[in-house]
Design a protein around this ligand. Structure first.
Ligand code: M6R
Length: 598
């Protein structure tokens, strides 16, 4: 879970643009960082432990026409200067950065050592650079040498390599993301498009198993076929994202900015309902009599559960939701005629990608709902749609959750009635208006709740029906950024065990349905926990009267769109609690935005 970037240009001076690209990638990991700059006849390498700013900010370095960089999240080898990337060859003339994990590198490292190579780190990555060095010494060109080195290793990689003897960056990818950015007299590479938005909006997307040479003048792509390199032609694609979306825009944290963006994204989705028609029709006709499995992880899994509800209630379709990492063990029944619908913000989550590969191997068709343009999931899917939420930088998913839910609502509605576009547009516009009008007030109320719960050791979230996954999402948000232990439960299930955890003052946050029959049931659940000392907070429609210690009143249009409206105060409670506790909500400990390892 690391980020890599590279720039090669005709004019000198790549450092500041390279550091900006790396900072845009810090959500992928930030325990150490480094760059290698080509100074014509030699390479300059600077690396260390800490964030980009800590390692490279304010450091005066010689600048050049080409450079590569890395922001690391340790997997093989501890966090140390030696293990930080770039890694260099014995003669210091080749430098390489890598995202991914390699199999079988230990044996190769011993063989290389026996042949006289000196290793400076404990990483798997360093093996690649020594193998490339050997290839070049044997007379291979850099791309053939890189390709041969990688063919000796298993696992996953996105690598970028420079040498003191060339103006080109050599890159390769397999099961880890890598995009190529196109400039004028300069070209770039990075782990994702967001990293390079300050430089370009034109991208070439590499497929697994491809390699490329990136020079200031152009790019060349190859694919390994039967041990040989075959040339590939591929055009550039323009992405809609703009660089301003990578800034905090006056907010203290990206997470807060992204929470406040939600009504605007919902309005955009309302205006573009038509965009989802073709995908919905394709999904409907692919399905026929087969199974529909929704596959996702984390927050996207919760959105997927709400999607299952929509498919059942709105479209009358049977589906199942499978945790991506569990998919291999829970999908033995899937095969030809079945469909997998993957939901992922990044489109790079390793568990999701592995599930998709297995589904394809078993003959199932794959459709996906994604946020990041050009991501691996889009390349592996028969068809995909974007949730149009723009780049999400905060590690905690917020705006992408509500956008995923809204898109699933659109798709389920269109699958059952292809003429539902106008109604959907009106529904989403109203939800957008209602959130927009109450955002500031909700934030204030959430801040007050945060002050009340911030010293708690545990918190429980209860929901029913469509808001059972909303409760799971509320708990996930709170635990991942405040580090308070939080669990979400189906309100009716709570009495089957978890009720034993209630003691004096434990916060129980209940997400209240809009439908009367369900409200009556959850009132009973609230009374149960209150009788045992719980401090109850209800996130509820304004008109309902409830046995609760604290109420957050939310304007909810109806049961179907309620998860979107309710997600907002739950996100705000998590945000304010983290801030009250002095945590950085954008970078929670131990977590990275894209989980690219299984
Ligand atoms: O990019 P994806 O949607 O596939 O990511 C899945 C999870 O890793 C992600 O939702 C994670 O749970 C978030 N940090 C939750 O806020």
């Amino acid at each position: 879970m690391c980020g890599i970037a590279g720039i090669t240009r005709r004019r000198a001076g790549v450092l500041s643009d390279l550091l900006k690209a790396l900072k845009n990638l810090e959500y992928r990991g930030y325990d150490s960082a480094g760059v290698a700059i080509s100074l014509g006849s030699r390479l300059l390498v600077r690396k260390g432990v800490g964030t980009i700013d800590q390692v490279l900010g304010g450091v005066s370095l010689e600048d050049g026409r080409m450079g590569i960089g890395h922001t690391r999240w340790a997997t093989h080898g501890g966090v140390s200067v030696e293990n930080a990337h770039p890694h260099t060859s014995c003669d210091g003339r080749i430098a390489l950065v890598h995202n991914g994990t390699l199999d079988g590198f230990e044996r190769l490292r011993e063989e290389l050592r026996a042949r006289g190579h000196v290793f400076k780190s404990d990483t798997d990555t360093e093996v690649i650079v020594h193998l490339v060095e050997e290839g070049i010494e044997e007379g291979l060109d850099p791309i053939s040498s890189l390709s041969r080195a990688l063919s000796e290793l298993g696992g996953s990689y996105a690598v970028a390599m420079i040498s003191a003897d060339s103006d080109s960056i050599f890159v390769a990818r397999y099961k880890s993301p890598l995009v190529i950015g196109i400039g004028n007299g300069e070209n770039y590479c990075a782990s994702d498009v967001a990293a390079l938005l300050h430089l370009t909006r034109e991208f070439v997307f590499l497929e697994d198993g491809e390699l490329a040479e990136i020079s200031p003048e152009g790019i060349r792509i190859w694919r390994m076929v039967g041990g040989k390199l075959e040339s590939v032609n591929r055009g550039a694609e323009r992405v809609e994202w703009v660089p301003q979306q990578m800034e905090k825009g006056g907010y203290e944290h990206f997470m807060m900015k992204e929470i406040f963006e939600q009504p605007h994204i919902l309005r955009k989705l309302a205006e573009t309902v038509e965009y989802y028609v073709k995908f919905s029709e394709g999904l409907r006709s692919a399905l026929k009599d087969g199974w529909l499995s929704i596959v996702a992880a984390g927050t996207s899994l919760h959105a997927g559960m709400i999607g299952k509800y929509y498919l059942s209630r709105v479209s009358g379709l049977r589906s199942e939701v499978v945790i991506a990492s569990e998919f291999p063990e829970w999908s033995h029944h899937l095969g030809k005629g079945d469909v997998v619908l993957a939901v992922s913000q990044s489109g790079e989550t390793a568990d999701v990608l592995e599930a998709i590969r297995i589904a394809r191997d078993r003959g199932a068709r794959v459709f996906s709902i994604v946020n990041v343009p050009g991501s691996t999931l889009t390349r592996l899917s028969e068809d995909y749609v974007f949730i149009q939420a723009g780049p999400e930088i905060g590690v905690a998913a917020t705006k992408t959750f509500t956008a995923q839910v809204a898109v699933l609502y659109i798709i389920a509605s269109l699958m059952s009635d292809s003429d539902s576009g106008v109604r959907l547009m009106r529904d989403l516009e109203v939800v957008s208006e209602e959130i927009l009008g109450s955002m500031e007030g909700l934030s204030e109320e959430a801040r007050n709740v945060a002050k009340l719960i911030r010293m708690s050791k545990h918190a429980f979230f209860l929901g029913r029906g469509i808001n059972y996954p909303t409760a799971l999402e509320g708990a996930l948000k709170l635990k991942e950024i405040s580090y308070i232990h939080a669990e979400g439960y189906a309100a009716g299930e709570y009495k089957h065990g978890p009720l034993a955890l209630i003691e004096e003052g434990v916060p129980v946050i209940a997400v209240i349905p809009t439908e009367e029959a369900l409200v009556n049931k959850i009132i009973y659940n609230l009374m149960e926990v209150r009788a045992r000392g719980a401090f109850t907070i209800t996130v509820q429609p304004p008109e309902v009267s409830l046995p609760s210690d604290r109420e957050i009143r939310v304007r909810v249009r109806d049961e179907l769109t309620s998860p979107i409206a309710y997600a907002v105060p739950l996100q705000l409670i998590a945000y304010h609690t983290a801030v009250e506790l002095g945590r950085n909500p954008d970078k929670p400990r131990n977590l990275a935005k894209s989980v690219t390892v299984e």
